[in-house]
Design a protein around this ligand. Structure first.
Ligand code: UT7
Length: 311
């Protein structure tokens, strides 16, 4: 049996912060942000909304779309680096709120690659026959750890959540191949110090361009699929220049790459599942489509998945 996605959901805060809003708060410009990153606006959650609240809304949608209820969940995996508290985990908070009485629950810390780590972990439990319904959530309230006095990072990030229910699908559908990786020697380029996120953007940029392309090529090779058979690339939405580099490595035209970075900025672990939902809503993912997802982030970590959409 294969593991695939049975339902998805997303939730983003209502509050839109545009580049023009940021121009008023710091020494930056819409032109700089747009040309260097592709970001036009992002969503920032209000003080009374925490990570678990966004995760809960996204999870409800995913569960409904999968046609199950919270009580059917066997396991909850939440990828986040901005949990409400170190413990209890966000996954345990969801377990209570969703009434997922029989579900085990744990958070995954793999930064922006977290949703890839979550899907691949879920796949193991599904394919071993241990579990049937696994909720995987990617969620961040990055605004909590954003230093608004640091223009190098403050313009890049946004808040949001995306979720998927993973379960058994027919052979030939679902996750066909994956690659996960980590390089702790690069941890010094992207980390949290005290209350704030700190980043050496240039180093992360170089790593991301190399690793995203490499991982995409590797998963296609593992799945035995040619580049020209890819219907949609869903890269982690960090920076349009990094995303385009991965796309060019697969020799894909612009319309075969998911792009939501202009609307939401970099939402870390949430960016890939949010993009999946948006592409489904836009009719750009159809049953049987071959999708490549790829993420990278602090750790350093990375992960890629080749998936045949459908049940
Ligand atoms: O999810 C993973 C997390 N991180 C990433 O994916 C980030 C990866 N890195 C990047 O996306 C890019 O490196 C950045 C977008 C962060 C920066 O782009 P860059 O082309 O690498 O710019 P840079 O760091 O080389 O900086 C160019 C200039 C600098 O000025 P000087 O030293 O040349 O005078 C910066 O001070 O741009 C300046 N700068 C800004 N100017 C206006 C940096 N941030 C801003 C800003 N507004 N917000």
């Amino acid at each position: 049996m294969n593991a695939g996605i049975l339902g998805v959901g997303r939730h983003v805060p209502e509050n839109v912060v545009t580049n023009q809003d940021l121009e008023k708060k710091m020494d930056t410009s819409d032109e700089w942000i747009r040309t260097r990153t592709g970001i036009e606006e992002r969503r920032i959650a209000s003080d009374d909304i925490d990570t678990s609240d966004m995760a809960y809304e996204a999870a409800l949608n995913a569960i409904e779309q999968a046609g199950i209820s919270g009580a059917d969940l066997d396991l909850i995996l939440v990828a986040t680096v901005t949990p409400d508290t170190p413990f209890p985990s966000v996954s345990c908070m969801l377990q209570e709120r969703l009434g997922a009485k029989k579900a085990a629950a744990m958070d995954i810390s793999a930064a922006c690659a977290g949703f890839m780590y979550g899907l691949v972990t879920a796949k193991q439990f599904i394919e071993s026959g241990s579990y049937k319904n696994i909720l995987v959530v990617g969620v961040e309230k990055l605004s909590k750890i954003t230093n608004w006095d640091d223009r190098n990072t403050a313009v890049l990030f946004g808040d949001g959540a995306g979720a998927a229910v993973v379960g058994p699908v027919s052979i030939g559908k679902g996750i066909l191949a994956f690659e996960l990786g980590a390089d702790g020697t690069g941890g010094k380029h992207l980390y949290q110090e005290g209350e704030y996120l700190v980043m050496n953007g240039r180093e992360v940029f170089k790593f991301a361009v190399r690793q995203m392309g490499e991982s995409c090529v590797n998963v296609l090779e593992k799945a035995g699929i040619d580049k020209e058979d890819v219907d949609l690339l869903i890269p982690h939405q960090a920076n349009i220049r990094i995303m385009d580099a991965a796309r060019q490595r697969l020799e894909l035209p612009e319309e075969k790459m998911s792009k939501t970075v202009h609307k939401y900025g970099n939402t870390s672990a949430a960016s890939i599942p949010i993009s999946i939902v948006e592409e489904l809503e836009a009719g750009k993912i159809k049953d049987g489509d071959l999708i490549v997802m790829v993420g990278f982030g602090g750790g350093l970590t990375w992960g890629a998945i080749a998936m045949r959409w459908g049940r």
